[in-house]
Design a protein around this ligand. Sequence first.
Ligand SMILES: N[C@@H](CCC(=O)N[C@@H](CS)C(=O)NCC(=O)O)C(=O)O
Length: 224
Amino acid sequence: MILYYTPGTCALGAMALLRHAERPFQLCHVPRDARMGPIFRTVNPHGHVPALVTDDDRVLWENSAVLIHIAQHSPAGLMPAAGSAAEDELNVWLSYLGSEFHAAFYPVFKPQLFLRDDSLHDDLRRDSLKNVRRQLAYIDVHLEDNRFVMGDTFGILDPYLTAMARWGERFFDYEREFPNLGRYLERMRAEPSIAFALAIENGDEQPTVDGGYAGHTDLVPRDV
Ligand SMILES: N[C@@H](CCC(=O)N[C@@H](CS)C(=O)NCC(=O)O)C(=O)O
């Protein structure tokens, strides 16, 4: 598998999950401004990371599809049993994190997608942060009784939530407002797979010889 990522984005989740999934993978760094460029759009026409090239050379995008594919192709048994209550819960959280939590940040980071008039962007950001705060409060309450998103076990959702919840630290004092989430992020940053992905973002991590991370590959156009 090859994962396309940009540092600081939601793609941190898939990167950490690949490391946790105990199977070989390569990474492709997509510079922030190259995401909407002509080369990366031969990989993902939407210009979004994460994108994942599967072992049979298909490209997947959308976090939920990418995370589930990685989990299903891992020897580490990361997927709940088909038809189980745990699978339902996983699906609820995957949808929530993608369509509510992630989406709450769009007008904060990309107000130009919503309003052409630059002079209104600061107001939109400020108003949109109210929704971000509401989502953070919901997650904070959930984490009061749950060490991980789904109870006692680190799973697919934890790297994904970590990747996005860190964005809110720029705007809110988690220790004061969302202490459970603040402590959760501290624990998650110490999880080996998430620490690995954070190190990659910083350019610190080296390829391993025993499988797992097999180094970076260049960003080149994909034949279609
Ligand atoms: N619906 C997509 C959204 C992915 C997404 O928005 N990725 C961001 C990074 S967090 C991105 O690459 N944005 C590119 C841009 O807005 O130019 C998913 O859930 O995977």
